[in-house]
Ligand binder design. Structure first.
Ligand SMILES: NC(=O)c1ccc[n+]([C@@H]2O[C@H](COP(=O)([O-])OP(=O)(O)OC[C@H]3O[C@@H](n4cnc5c(N)ncnc54)[C@H](O)[C@@H]3O)[C@@H](O)[C@H]2O)c1
Length: 447
């Protein structure tokens, strides 16, 4: 039997979750507080750039399996499963800001109470939240809707922007944390269409489910920081960090993912989730020492990259003009939250430099964040016209095989700072570029 599902918070996670759940036959009502978003999504515009999402949304809108509303009460009234896909941004002290989750839990409880709804409701938290949040949500319902039949579930989401539709459709695992047998049965049933190839659905106690999400992100961030830390060492001892990566990742115990040295991790998840688990431990009077080092290394790595650019110009970039290729925090997304590109751009423009940037998908979002602080080029080649240097913070595919001769001709001088090691050292040397990458030797053409 299909479920009636309410998605509360229709952003990257909510819209993908809602659309995928609708696609397997469920009836999905998406709720958001942003009227403009709701209007555009009703018209079939997913707003965010996510591979395959537009077609999926269009199909399910046409079939009437997905609808949109601003009215939370409509979802609480009609949906058995209410999934919170709400933002949990970092607070000033690094803790996860749970304001949206708390507010929606309170509001939902009041609606259940005032409308005397006694049919079971499964409240599923998909937001990334610190351990103890499900218990807090449970307490909110106990206080404000004492007669309601509410079952609380922690169901952290592991999708990755850029491939999130595929990730949701074919998860490597599903984590369900709940004390309720009723909710457990429903959740296993809900996810059955997505795990037909054998991916496990792990039913855990609630704290384990909550910690698993932070542990996964902190571990992946740690792999990145491990390589970034090593990249510094490789530069000094004359090793090539990419060779070292290949060498170690052939070992199946180490595996291949998240071992690329670069300018450090960014995005809407790793930075905030690493901070949040560190804060959560600190609140208990303890330190998560490895994870603290992960965060420290990540911060230093980006500063090191920026410093390298400044040093190349003897600390004075005033009046220099930079081309930037890639603004999103990683390729295949338009998400610029905590993107390294923004910090690099700010560091340069604050010192009097000008920037012309290109990104295949993230220009609109960057314009909202940076306005006319920089200029936005219509193509990667346009960005390089008159540039003193080209900086590459994001490894979009189309940057991998550029027409070097065209780039060189257009720039004031042939100089590249590659934050993602897109080119081999030979390639850069043959093309006649002075080339700085991460964890590898610098290419400095003969004068
Ligand atoms: N983006 C990812 O790749 C990803 C992956 C896994 C988990 N997560 C977690 O999922 C959660 C959501 O992340 P996101 O990237 O989708 O965020 P987002 O900012 O893209 O979406 C959140 C949505 O919630 C809406 N909203 C805010 N307050 C609301 C309220 N009171 N009622 C209804 N809607 C409200 C916003 O308007 C927005 O559309 C976060 O906790 C995040 O850490 C994100």
């Amino acid at each position: 039997m299909p479920f009636n599902i309410g998605i509360i918070g229709t952003g990257y996670v909510g819209l993908v979750t809602g659309t995928c759940l609708a696609d397997v036959g469920n009836s999905v009502l998406c709720v958001d507080v942003d009227a403009q978003k709701i209007e555009r999504m009703r018209g079939g515009d997913p707003i965010i750039f996510e591979k395959g999402l537009d077609r999926l949304l269009e199909r399910n809108l046409k079939e009437g399996r997905i609808t949109f509303t601003l009215d939370l009460a409509e979802a609480v009234r009609t949906c058995t499963i209410l999934m919170f896909c709400l933002p949990t941004p970092p607070g000033k002290d690094g803790s996860a800001d749970l304001a949206a989750v708390v507010s929606v839990a309170n509001h939902t409880a009041r609606i259940l109470h005032e409308e005397q709804i006694t049919e079971p409701r499964i409240v599923v938290n998909k937001s990334t939240v610190p351990v103890g949040t499900a218990a807090m949500i449970e307490a909110i319902f106990a206080e404000h809707a004492p007669n309601a039949d509410v079952h609380i579930v922690s169901n952290p989401e592991f999708l990755s922007e850029g491939v999130s539709v595929d990730d949701f459709m074919k998860p490597e695992r599903v984590i369900v944390g709940t004390k309720s047998e009723y909710a457990k049965k429903a959740m296993v049933d809900l996810y059955q269409p997505f795990v037909r190839s054998g991916a496990p659905i792990y039913c855990f106690d609630v704290p384990s489910a909550e910690v698993t999400k932070y542990a996964a992100n902190a571990f992946l961030a740690t792999k990145i920081s491990f390589m970034n830390d090593l990249s510094k060492y490789c530069e000094i001892v004359g090793a090539d960090v990419d060779n070292v990566r290949r060498g170690i990742s052939a070992d199946s115990r180490i595996a291949t993912g998240f071992l690329y040295a670069g300018v450090g991790y960014g995005g809407s998840c790793f930075p905030k989730d690493v901070k949040a688990i560190i804060h959560s431990a600190k609140a208990l009077g303890m330190s998560l020492e490895v994870i603290e080092a992960t965060e420290r290394v990540n911060h230093k790595q980006l500063q090191r990259f920026i410093q390298r650019i400044l040093d190349r110009f003897d600390g004075d970039v005033a009046g220099k003009h930079f081309a930037v290729w890639g603004l999103s925090f990683k390729p295949n997304t338009d998400d610029i939250r905590d993107a390294p590109s923004l910090e690099i751009i700010r560091a340069l423009t604050q010192r009097g430099a000008t920037v012309s940037a290109f990104d295949p998908e993230a220009i609109a979002n960057t314009q909202k964040a940076l306005g006319d602080m920089i200029t936005y080029a219509p193509s990667m080649y346009d960005a390089t016209v008159g540039a003193d240097a080209l900086i590459i913070p994001t490894e979009w595919n189309e940057f991998r095989k550029p027409m070097f001769s065209r780039v060189k001709e257009q720039m004031k001088q042939p100089l590249i700072f590659d934050g993602r090691n897109l080119y081999t050292l030979d390639e850069a040397a043959e093309a006649g570029f002075e080339y700085y990458s991460v964890g590898r030797a610098s290419v400095i053409p003969d004068a």
